[in-house]
Ligand binder design. Structure first.
Ligand SMILES: O=c1ccn([C@H]2C[C@H](O)[C@@H](CO)O2)c(=O)[nH]1
Ligand SMILES: [Zn+2]
Length: 153
């Protein structure tokens, strides 16, 4: 289909934007007041959202992207068609380095990451564009032993 938006239908792309923005409402960010929402479109067509959860001990904070991924993984969802990240700024924020590496563990390098600004306008980049020359699971394991072949994956 020629009218796909980075592999998403118009409805899916619209939902990704809406859910990413809505996820900002559940951010816990009393220290920075910087709300971040994240939405994952899982391979099975379901959605998982996350938001940043801060802590009085500042470095203990977890970003929206990792919150969403941790939720998804623990629900047995480990493959993703798209990731959305929404903030209240323009131009849009992009995932921090820690989150890029965290995403790298589970998403294909071609996975589109939509970054939405305060008005819902977006910039989209693949994971590979955000994290070039990356280190991932296949660097530790030969293909036949990759997580996913058997046991925990
Ligand atoms: O991609 C990002 C960048 C920052 N934050 C959060 C962490 C912290 O709560 C706040 C300010 O850094 O934004 C995210 O959730 N995702
Ligand atoms: Zn992060």
């Amino acid at each position: 289909m020629s009218d796909l938006i980075h592999g998403l239908t118009a409805v899916e792309a619209s939902e990704l934007r809406r859910r990413s923005a809505a996820a900002k409402d559940v951010a816990y960010c009393p220290y920075s007041n910087f709300r971040v929402g994240c939405a994952l479109l899982c391979e099975d067509g379901t959605w998982v959202i996350g938001a940043n959860i801060e802590n009085a001990s500042y470095p203990v904070t977890i970003c929206a992207e990792r919150t969403a991924l941790v939720k998804a993984i623990t629900e047995g969802k480990k493959k993703f068609r798209a990731i959305g990240v929404s903030t209240d700024i323009t131009p849009p924020a992009s995932p921090c380095g820690m989150c890029r590496q965290f995403i790298r563990e589970f998403a294909d390098l071609g996975t589109p990451i939509f970054m939405y600004d305060k008005d819902g306008e977006y910039v989209v980049r693949t994971l590979e564009q955000l994290l070039p020359m990356s280190f991932g699971p296949e660097n530790l394991h030969p293909p036949s032993k990759l997580p996913g072949h058997s046991g925990n994956k």
